[in-house]
Ligand binder design. Structure first.
Ligand code: ATP
Ligand code: MG
Length: 319
């Protein structure tokens, strides 16, 4: 199906979201997973969705890839308005989901070739492209293995290859390196970066800040479905002063420990004491939590709760 005038209003961009929202049914009323996202991804761009567990990343990907019906708002992907042209969207996107969705009973090559056949390729063409992709991703020797015999990192590479069989305009990668070892992660980073170099539009979700920084040209930082920031990784870090904030709640007023807290080594740190709550902004967070524990303990205080927020994950309005 070709895009029609009605569905190509935003064709120059790869993706556009307007007020995209998802509320899941929930025992205590609705659970707002995505709360009105307005974002644009340009053609050829490497765009990241960065957020902690439950931030709404997969739900957003689900709405862009026709798998999750939005509760409100609209999205356009590869020239199609998603709810009006789901078939068109599906024909122009590749999706690598968080879970391993390979057919375990099929060989690695057949997992790819069957996808090609589904999109109308002849059997020889599908086989040829499958083997090309496996070669490109360093998996030529696994072509005849069953999918269940692959390691986690190998399976991710095969899933990326399968998603590329029909030359999609936009590739969605949902946490592509979650749960793989550092070597496999490096391999995946190289593969993913090389795709971008060939002009592939990529949307990647991650909760790893270093991954987002290493791969993405722009990032949307989301938390509880809200957009906190959208910019280049460098600008997001710079705008937040590249500071990590550690917040500790003691079991009593921390004022008696103020002096000890201000002389924590490894600084300078910006320390704010507010009753039992102490907030430390720092560019050197390593070991700081232990020092806060000990400084409190010397003043007879016990830590009740502590949170660490890395630089790119704080709302622009927070101090
Ligand atoms: N099918 C569903 N039904 C009900 N609630 C859901 C469903 N899918 C997700 N949620 C909830 O929506 C919120 C966002 O979930 P989502 O999976 O989009 O987050 P995520 O950012 O991808 O998290 P993770 O990093 O753990 O993959 C969470 O609170 C989750 O429990
Ligand atoms: Mg997810």
């Amino acid at each position: 199906m070709k895009p029609t005038a009605a569905t190509t209003a935003h064709a120059p961009t790869a993706i556009r979201m307007e007020g995209l929202r998802k509320v899941y049914p929930h025992a205590q009323g609705g659970l707002v997973a995505v709360d009105g996202l307005d974002l644009t991804v340009h053609q050829g761009e490497f765009f990241g969705l960065l957020g902690t567990n439950g931030a709404g990343k997969s739900t957003t990907i689900g709405m862009l890839t026709t798998l999750v019906a939005p509760s409100a708002g609209k999205a356009w992907v590869a020239g199609y308005e998603v709810s009006a042209g789901p078939v068109g969207v599906k024909s122009r996107i590749g999706v690598v989901s968080q879970a391993n969705t390979l057919d375990r009973a099929l060989t690695v090559a057949d997992n790819l070739a069957f996808r090609g056949r589904y999109f109308g390729m002849s059997a020889p063409a599908a086989r040829r492209r499958a083997l090309e992709l496996l070669e490109r991703f360093g998996l030529a020797d696994k072509a005849g293995a069953k999918a269940h015999q692959l390691s986690g990192g190998q399976a991710r590479r095969v899933m990326i290859g399968r998603a590329l069989m029909h030359l999609p305009e936009v590739l969605f990668l949902d946490e592509p390196t979650a749960g793989v070892d550092p070597q496999a992660r490096d391999d995946l980073w190289q593969i993913i970066a090389s795709l971008h170099e060939t002009g592939q539009t990529v949307v990647l979700t991650t909760h790893y800040l270093d991954e987002a920084e290493a791969l993405c040209q722009r990032l949307a930082v989301i938390d509880h479905g809200h957009l906190l920031a959208c910019n280049t990784p460098g600008a997001i870090k710079a705008s937040r002063g590249a500071q990590t904030v550690i917040t500790v709640h003691y079991d009593a007023d921390a004022t008696p420990a103020t002096e000890a807290l201000h002389s924590i080594p490894g600084g300078p740190h910006d320390v704010a004491v507010d009753g039992p709550t102490v907030r430390v902004s720092t560019t050197h967070p390593d070991g700081l939590l232990g020092h806060l524990l000990r400084a409190g303990s010397a003043a007879g205080l016990t830590v009740r709760d502590a949170t660490t927020t890395p630089p790119a994950c704080r709302p622009p309005s927070s101090p």
